[in-house]
Write a protein that binds this ligand. Structure first.
Ligand code: X2X
Length: 339
């Protein structure tokens, strides 16, 4: 290096150092009034994360930079239970969480997961945007968490396996299946005679890969975006339950936002939920061919024997007793008589 170029180099570094400190100063001057964190458990490419991200971008823009919400997808902040603890403690401000996992804190929340309750999406949304969702949101509100009105979509859940296709309830006998950490899931798969194991979603891929379990159940969109097809062969369209995600906020953090910012946040998150519903349903509908092309074998079992197996095991009266007759009546208003 010649003397000149060394001088040039030093000059450039000095200039860079100057730019650096200038940046720090401007960043401080522009810093958001509310720096908030948002966690979910699905990949960036899933419609849930895509629309959460789009909503946080619009919130930043519409609030003129006053509200900066950073999204952490794919369980980056920990598993669902970890995030829920952070949310309650105020270390995390927003979380998208399955009602069935939230049920460890709010038992009433898992009611939407009752086996074969909703015959189609029209019924799901009338229940969840209607009295059933309202009942659950009231229960969530009692914990001090804030819950937004519109539930986000995960979808109807399908069973995958590395060992055999699930065509009848008999195929579930002693089947080692991963279920999320929610009591309703364990109870339902026990009622089918399977051997369910609670595993967090962040560990599902490796649990399947190492054959710790044979199978798992999730909507097609997640089987695709989380690449579960790489470690599973069969996919059985059991649609045994519909599941969504409540968007939760730490109650204290929510109350700290002035009303005009609460309005911007709530409006954009509700719009995100609606956009997510449309795209998730589309993905779940369209991705079967892709999964087949990737090597999965998809079958469509007759669902009547699965429902009969739950009835025979006493699953419905057991959960009616847990939720209480009043909540059960609200569920049956949408599902029709169960069990
Ligand atoms: O854990 C799962 O399987 C997932 C991603 O579907 C839920 O969050 C319930």
């Amino acid at each position: 290096m010649s003397k000149v170029s060394r001088r040039q180099f030093l000059g450039t570094s000095a200039a860079l150092a100057g730019i650096g400190s200038f940046n720090i100063l401007t960043r401080r001057a522009d810093a958001a009034e509310f720096n908030l964190k948002f966690g979910d458990n699905v990949p960036d490419t899933h419609p849930l994360s895509i629309h959460a991200k789009a909503a946080t971008d619009r919130i930043r823009e519409e609030s003129g930079g006053r509200v900066d919400i950073r999204l952490f997808t794919n369980s980056q902040l920990g598993n669902d239970q970890d995030m829920l603890s952070q949310l309650r403690a105020g270390a995390l401000e927003f979380q998208l969480l399955s009602p069935l996992i939230l049920a460890t804190l709010v038992p009433a929340a898992s009611i939407n997961g009752i086996g074969f309750a909703f015959k189609d999406y029209a019924t799901v949304w009338s229940a969840m945007d209607g009295d059933l969702g309202a009942l659950v949101r009231t229960a969530i509100g009692k914990t001090g968490l804030h819950v937004f009105d519109k539930i986000w979509d995960n979808g109807y859940r399908q069973i995958t396996s590395s060992s055999h296709a699930i065509d009848t309830p008999e195929d579930l006998k002693h089947f080692k299946i991963r279920v999320p950490a929610g009591p309703l899931w364990t109870s339902m798969f026990q009622a089918f005679g399977a051997a369910p194991a609670n595993i967090n979603f962040s560990e599902v891929y490796s649990a399947l890969q190492t054959h710790l379990v044979e199978g798992q159940e999730n909507p097609l969109g997640l089987i695709d975006t989380a690449k579960l097809y790489e470690v599973q062969k069969y996919c059985s369209m059991t649609s045994h339950m519909w599941d969504g995600y409540w968007l939760l906020a730490n109650g204290v953090a929510w109350q700290k936002l002035p009303p005009e910012l609460q309005e911007i946040v709530a409006r954009n998150f509700e719009a995100g939920a609606i956009a997510n519903r449309a795209e998730t349903a589309k993905l779940n509908d369209s991705v079967a061919d892709e999964l087949t092309a990737k090597g999965m074998v998809i079958n469509k079992p007759d669902l009547a024997p699965f429902r009969a197996a739950l009835i025979k095991a006493g699953f419905y009266p057991e959960w009616k007793a847990k939720f209480g007759a009043e909540a059960w009546a609200v569920l049956e208003k949408y599902s029709g008589p169960l069990g």
